[in-house]
Design a protein around this ligand. Structure first.
Ligand code: FMN
Length: 204
């Protein structure tokens, strides 16, 4: 069973979460976690101005996702940083290239799930995930979130991302905060949860 983790990360926060999601997927017997980046749409010049060029170079070895491989996955977990409360443009562009899959109904009945990152605590993680779900539903996917059986959802003793909609992390205004242990645990839980559901569906 193949679970694709398709993400965009500018500075590495979503990338770190994606790796934790992959760990969670791999905990399920027979599930293979496959990490993919969506194509970059910004020039090197713009990335340099945004202070993201070095980080981008360090991700270069992660293969770029193709639209076609979505169709052969059993489940797809998407990761995106928040951009003004929505998914980032790179991810939107990738999604907008899936019209042919939509026309064929190629993703109908597959499990889909989303995780996110924002600079600030209330900067749009939930709206990013929920608005992304609209796209998954248009593709006929079965939307899976992060249930409260993930105990870290209840934490109020420390600042944390994470909601019933999906794992998330707070990056800080300068990107200075990397995902906390609780946020990484949420990402692992979400990966395992999605793979478990997908494996039950695959057996039917
Ligand atoms: C154009 C732009 C818009 C952004 N909009 C928001 C926002 O609405 N709320 C927020 O908290 N952070 C916002 N951010 C910060 C990013 O979400 C943050 O850099 C990202 O989550 C870090 O994850 P990454 O390192 O994986 O890219 C924005 C960043 C950019 C460049």
């Amino acid at each position: 069973m193949r679970v694709l983790i398709v993400y965009y990360s500018m500075y590495g926060h979503i990338r770190k979460m994606a790796e934790a999601v992959a760990e969670g997927v791999s905990e399920v017997a027979g599930a293979e976690a496959v990490l993919r980046r969506v194509p970059e749409t910004l020039s090197e010049e713009v990335l340099e101005k945004m202070g993201a060029l070095e980080a981008q170079k360090s991700f270069a070895h992660v293969p770029i996702a193709t639209v076609d491989e979505l169709a052969s996955a059993d489940a797809i977990i998407f990761g995106t940083p928040t951009r003004l409360g929505n998914m980032c443009g790179q991810m939107r562009q990738f999604q907008d290239g899936t019209g042919e899959l939509w026309a064929k109904g190629a993703l109908v009945g597959k499990v889909g799930s989303v995780f996110a990152s924002s600079a600030t605590q209330h900067g749009g993680q939930e709206s990013t995930i929920l608005s992304f779900h609209t796209t998954l539903l248009h593709q006929g996917m079965i939307v899976v979130g992060l249930p409260y059986s993930f105990q870290g959802q209840m934490r109020i003793d420390e600042i944390t991302g994470v909601s019933p909609y999906g794992a998330s992390t707070i990056a800080g205004g300068q990107g200075e905060r990397m995902p906390s242990q609780n946020e990484l645990a949420a990402a692992r839980f979400q990966g395992k949860h999605v793979a478990t559901i997908a494996s039950k569906l695959a057996r039917k």
